[in-house]
Design a binder for this molecule. Sequence first.
Ligand SMILES: Nc1ncnc2c1ncn2[C@@H]1O[C@H](COP(=O)(O)OP(=O)(O)OP(=O)(O)O)[C@@H](O)[C@H]1O
Ligand SMILES: [Mg+2]
Length: 335
Amino acid sequence: MSRPRLSPWRDGVLGSVAQTSVDVETGDEDQDQPPDAVKAEFEFEDDSARGDGPAVDERWEPPTVDPPTIEVTPQPEVIPHQIIAVAAAKGGVGKTTVATNLAVGLARQAPLSVVLIDADVQFGDVAMALSLTPGRALPDVVTAAAAGDALVLKAYLTPHSDGYYVVCGAESPADGDRVTGEQLGHLIRQLAVIFRFVIIDTAPGLGEHALAALEAATDAVFLCDMSVPGARGLRKELAVLATIGILPPARHVVLNFADRVSGLSVKDVEATIGVPVDVAVPRSSLVTLSTNRGIPLLQNRKKNPASAALTELVRRFDPSASLKRGRLHRRVVVA
Ligand SMILES: Nc1ncnc2c1ncn2[C@@H]1O[C@H](COP(=O)(O)OP(=O)(O)OP(=O)(O)O)[C@@H](O)[C@H]1O
Ligand SMILES: [Mg+2]
């Protein structure tokens, strides 16, 4: 089994980033500030910044012109899709918990339109978190037969009784290690043609597969816990992604294991990350229990603070939600 690899083009890009903007080795404070591009993208929306637009000259009247005849050719229906990469700099901060609960929550809105990929190729545990026994796993799903044929691909997915599909992780780390970032990227693009929501659970850090997922993603859910290393790790991750230009268009920052005993406040974490926190999931033994039972928290529909926070995250992807995306940043409070 080899170590996680970066493809040559990635290696080059990340290598140069480490020298120019983020010294990951030394963790130098001055070099790893989020670039302005990151800060600007995450700013709270400010109504006062918006002008009233140019004044309308009421005397002006549109010229009267006969409209030309236009022949309308029927266009093939384009299915809107969202590719959601769940990522974090550190391990064990709740990526799989969030990814599996997103699948459950989004499948409730859009049954049979959600697929979850376990892209933690070596040690993925999505199948365990969902009590699934896959017939086929990630290495099968990227073989030539499925990569070239959507019907074969769909037959290789593992259905969950709650109305969504899963690409489970490899049986062994050695099998998983044979899947390349390019193959994963191709799989994501294939599934985005078939499904409304493609959710990707990733391994910690910015390995080849996490980068492939983030590059294809329309949305990223970034996680950190309530610790200084967790927050610093996320700040560096955002800075690297902004520098190499693959920050997904929409970002959602989740503070997991939120509590009042860590010695840090949400404001402290936000100050360290450099961007606002969107959702705080409280530390709860119910979450641990749900993982150990292989039943995501949102599957049992019982009300508790952790479920409420995960539901709030799901609502950020709900196209029918009345709140505009840009207005979703509100100061998060830890109960
Ligand atoms: N809010 C929470 N409260 C209590 N336990 C939690 C919470 N979130 C996650 N956990 C537990 O923490 C453990 C790690 O969570 P999870 O596997 O989702 O993290 P991960 O980021 O996917 O880890 P890895 O990097 O190893 O893939 C699990 O046992 C899970 O039940
Ligand atoms: Mg995981």
